[in-house]
Design a protein around this ligand. Structure first.
Ligand code: PEP
Length: 248
């Protein structure tokens, strides 16, 4: 059975003070949480969060990585730097990186490969735009996004990848995919994996992301092929985030 995973994506939010309060509040509410919980925080706060989480069950993640080891890449952050702060997870291919920073499927696949080669678990984000959904292209888009990664890293690597299906039209909009819309695509993604390797398809976690909140989390997470959530806005409110963590 796949463990439920709840990952928070703080994006470019918080401050030293907010980080302190948010992490302390999450930690103090985590008794009885059975899910794996990850917070993907902005780079400047990673050291602070590393110290706060200590050996607790709260896991630290980053929001992006650069594929190079080190060198003249102004403003960028390498996997070694991310690992230096005790992080074991990294978001790759978030739709904001794809649209605002022009990361295409090939770049995303390379980032997944670098994360895996360095023992970081990638949270691989995939998902269609509204116009793609409206023109019946959801499956085509999602399958191309995932296939590019399979082509580069191989299906076996998906034992160590967390997939996050995030319909772009649902991210930060307050419009959540219905459980049926989400389950249909999750099941489709699992079928793509299964075409390559049935066993791998059964163990790869597939999270849903897009306006998940305490009111809709339970119904989504209880769908057969939805193994948790990648949470943006609601991960910035400790009580909302904790309720989602307890929703499964
Ligand atoms: C996200 O940015 O990955 C996300 C799911 O955001 P939100 O929950 O705010 O829609």
């Amino acid at each position: 059975m796949r463990q439920v995973i709840i990952a928070g994506n703080w994006k470019m939010n918080a401050s030293k003070e907010v980080t302190n309060i948010l992490v302390m509040d999450i930690l103090s509410g985590m008794v009885n949480v059975k899910s794996k919980v990850i917070v993907c925080v902005p780079f400047p706060y990673m050291a602070q969060v590393e110290a706060l989480v200590g050996c607790s069950q709260l896991n630290l993640g980053a929001q992006d990585l650069n594929i190079n080891k080190s060198g003249a890449f102004t403003g960028e952050v390498s996997v070694d730097m991310i690992k230096d702060f005790g992080a074991r997870y990294v978001i790759v291919g978030h739709s904001e990186r794809r649209s605002l920073y022009f990361e295409n499927n090939e770049i995303v696949a390379q980032k997944v490969q670098v994360a895996l080669n360095n023992n970081l678990t990638p949270l691989l984000c995939i998902g269609e735009l509204l116009e793609e959904r409206n023109s019946g292209k959801t499956q085509e888009v999602v399958s191309e996004q995932i296939q590019t990664v399979i082509d580069l890293v191989g299906i076996d690597a998906f034992k160590d990848i967390i997939v996050a299906y995030e319909p772009v039209w649902a991210i930060g909009t307050g419009i959540t995919a219905t459980p049926k819309q989400a389950q249909d695509i999750h099941s489709f993604i699992r079928s793509i994996l299964a075409k390559h390797d049935e066993n791998v398809s059964k163990i790869t976690p597939i999270l849903y992301g897009g306006s998940m909140n305490p009111r809709n989390a339970s119904e989504l997470i209880n769908c057969k092929d939805i193994d948790g959530g990648l949470i943006g806005g609601a991960s910035l409110k400790a009580q909302d985030f904790l309720q989602i963590c307890k929703a499964s």
